[in-house]
Design a protein around this ligand. Structure first.
Ligand code: GRF
Length: 211
């Protein structure tokens, strides 16, 4: 059985969606940089090994990432899933697990990389917003895209309402992206993800269309 390690920093609702999706892989561990992350409790209650590597215990990013890398590597993961993990990873960490780290970002990349994506989407007046699952490369929020889901931005949206609409899609597309990875359907070619034959293609709001 393939092994997954999930990294979180807070609420952990994406982690929860992944655990509940019953992907036929072992969730070997959930690791948080934040000892107060709410998701840790859910993971433990679900019987998953939940560890903390607190970035505040380290003098710099490099030493934190080395410790994080050692902790993660001990679980021999086939895939590392960033689910609301709010630390920028070093090139060294990314190289250690090259092609095996996925992230979810709450915008239709390459629009709105970084923070405060929902507020910025409203401020810019865009009519479509959404989320993106991508492989992680050293360029922040810029790796090969696996799947995106779009939602409308409605006239009276505030940040919270829009975030909730996007989050619902996050919970649908992240398990799907992981399933494709586990089934060996994804290949990274340059900055693109190529799908195996037989994978169904674009629908109106989610691209590609989940199975
Ligand atoms: C999500 O919106 C995710 O896209 C972003 O941070 C948020 C984490 O939420 N990277 P949760 O911890 O999964 O509930």
């Amino acid at each position: 059985m393939k092994r997954i390690v999930i990294l979180i920093s807070g609420r952990g609702s994406n982690m929860q969606a992944i655990l509940e999706a019953k992907l036929g892989a072992q969730i070997a561990a959930v690791v948080s940089n934040n000892p107060l992350a709410r998701g840790l409790r859910f993971a433990r209650d679900a019987g998953v090994d939940a560890k903390v590597v607190n970035h505040r215990d380290f003098p710099d990013r490099t030493s934190f990432d080395r410790a994080l890398g050692d902790t993660v590597a001990a679980y021999r993961p086939d895939l590392i899933v960033l689910a609301g993990f709010m630390r920028i990873l070093t090139e060294e960490f990314i190289a250690q697990f090259s092609g095996r780290i996925m992230n979810i970002h709450p915008s239709l990349l390459p629009a709105f990389p970084g923070l405060d994506t929902h507020r910025r989407a409203i401020d810019e007046g865009v009519k479509l917003h959404g989320c993106t699952v991508h492989f992680v490369t050293p360029a922040l929020d810029h790796g090969p895209i696996v799947i995106q889901a779009a939602v409308p931005v409605l006239p009276d949206d505030d940040e919270d309402r829009l975030a909730a609409r996007v989050l619902e899609q996050e919970h649908a597309v992240y398990p799907q992206a992981i399933r494709w990875f586990l089934d060996g359907q994804l290949a990274i070619e340059g900055n693109r993800v190529k799908f195996s034959a037989g994978c169904r293609y674009p629908g109106a709001m989610t691209s590609p269309l989940p199975e």
